[in-house]
Ligand binder design. Structure first.
Ligand code: ADP
Ligand code: MG
Length: 423
């Protein structure tokens, strides 16, 4: 008896029984699905193929609990979902199904990590746990080193891998994908397929995937063909193509090359950092001025001293102000914190252009303006003395200036790295 029980087949993951779906388009009735019967077991990898308009997406919408059959029943994980009201269908959907779309459907100005965290956020998972699981999901699709990138800094294949990680993060037993490789070239499609095959084999995740490409369907363990709203063939493939092996066998310069090239360069661009918009430098300057103003006001109003005293306090608040403004505005411009290389460039360019350029002009004005000696401000006198002693010892002056610039760049880089604004 025990042996007989253990030999008993596990119940199917999902069953469509006599499912029809009709759309009433103002008088004419479109029969998108007609009397469809389909059973899918846990651990299967099913490709749905068929001409455009044959009803593939309609069936996926029903399998995904996004739509209900006009007639017939849909049973998912033992639950008659068609009979459930919308709210409880949504709960089943969120617990059981991960979706992958042709257009990736990622939030554009949001990092890969935050995109993947989103489904867990909706489920009220705490921030630490959310972050841990999103990291693990991104690592599972080979994007452990791209977590801070926004979608526009990723190639199409990488974006689809982020979308797979997002679908995986809530550990659903079923992944549904409608033309997931429709926007990708051959090589990238195979990369995505290799990941899906691995998830199917190693984690026994059931996968149902719509495709119009022969190569992609060849990777499935079963191919269901639709025509005019009906299933016309349903074939088991005992030895499906191995996407990872097919990928390894592809010549390195295959015809998908030109299409892949701009994506590759986009990724390299992201690694090297993006150009820093002038507005970021302008805001850094505004931050520095604000720091100086606060320090001068503090000296004058609270300490009742000349705003020209406490220059060290003005310098300090100026540096903090410029670094904070720089970090905030870089994050706004990029949709993520500035990367290492970008912070180096911000510190370098700001110091050379703003500090040395504007500072040089100021010194030049103070020293060169024909102001009668008696009416020269103290700063101009000090500057002139400085310039004269620099002229007397040019080598030392150049050395000290270079050292000052280097220290300023390093300090600003460190301060920019210290500030990690959230928005
Ligand atoms: P496929 O994904 O295989 O290309 P679809 O499932 O999108 O096919 O469409 C099947 C048929 O149903 C088509 O004739 C299509 O025009 C029709 N159809 C799909 N969705 C709707 C809708 N919301 N309203 C009316 N007709 C629709
Ligand atoms: Mg479709």
């Amino acid at each position: 008896m025990v042996a007989a029980a253990s030999l008993e087949k596990a119940p199917p993951l999902l069953t469509l029984a006599h499912v029809a779906k009709e759309y009433d388009t103002g008088g004419s009735l479109v029969r998108a699905m007609r009397d469809v019967n389909l059973t899918i077991d846990e651990g299967e990898f099913v490709a749905i193929v068929g001409a455009s308009g044959s009803g593939k997406s309609t069936m996926m919408n029903i399998l995904g609990c996004l739509d209900r059959p006009t007639r017939g029943t849909y049973t998912l994980a033992g639950i008659d979902v068609g009979a459930r009201p919308g709210d409880s269908r949504a709960i089943v959907r969120n617990r059981v199904i991960g979706f992958i779309f042709q257009g990736f459907n990622l939030l554009p100005r949001t990092s890969a990590l935050e995109n993947v965290e989103l489904p867990l956020q909706y489920r009220g998972v705490g921030v630490r746990e959310r972050r841990r699981r999103a990291r693990a999901a991104l690592e599972a699709v080979g994007l452990g080193d791209r977590m801070d990138h926004t979608p526009n800094q990723l190639s199409g294949g990488q974006q689809q891998r982020v979308a797979i990680a997002r679908a995986l993060v809530s550990n659903p037993p079923l992944l549904l994908a409608d033309e997931p490789t429709g926007n990708l070239d051959t090589r990238t499609s195979l990369e995505v397929l290799a990941i899906l095959q691995r998830l199917n084999r190693e984690r026994r995740i059931t996968i149902v995937l719509v495709t119009h490409e022969q190569d992609i369907a060849a990777c499935a363990s079963r191919v269901v063909t639709m025509k005019d709203g009906r299933i016309v063939t349903d074939v088991v493939q005992s030895s499906p193509m191995d996407a990872a092996a097919a990928l390894a066998a592809l010549p390195s310069t295959e015809d998908g090359g030109p299409a892949a090239a701009p994506q590759e360069s986009a990724v390299r661009g992201a690694e090297l950092g993006r150009p820093i918009p002038a507005s970021v430098y302008a805001m850094m300057f505004a931050g520095e001025l604000l720091g100086h103003a606060v320090a001068a006001a503090y000296a004058a109003l609270v300490l009742r001293r000349s705003p020209m005293d406490f220059l060290w306090l003005r310098a300090l608040l100026g540096e903090l102000g410029l670094a904070w403004f720089g970090a905030v505005w870089a994050r706004r411009a990029f949709g993520r914190p500035a990367g290492h290389e970008e912070r180096v460039r911000m510190a370098l360019v700001y110091t050379l252009v703003v500090t040395c350029g504007l500072g040089g002009l100021l010194v030049g004005a103070l020293v060169g303006l024909p102001i009668p000696a008696a009416r020269r401000p103290a700063a101009a006198i000090a500057m002139r003395a400085l310039v004269e002693s620099a002229a007397a010892h040019p080598a030392a002056a150049v050395g000290v200036t270079a050292l000052g610039i280097a220290v300023a760049i390093l300090l600003r880089y460190l301060l920019l790295s210290l500030f990690r604004p959230r928005t």
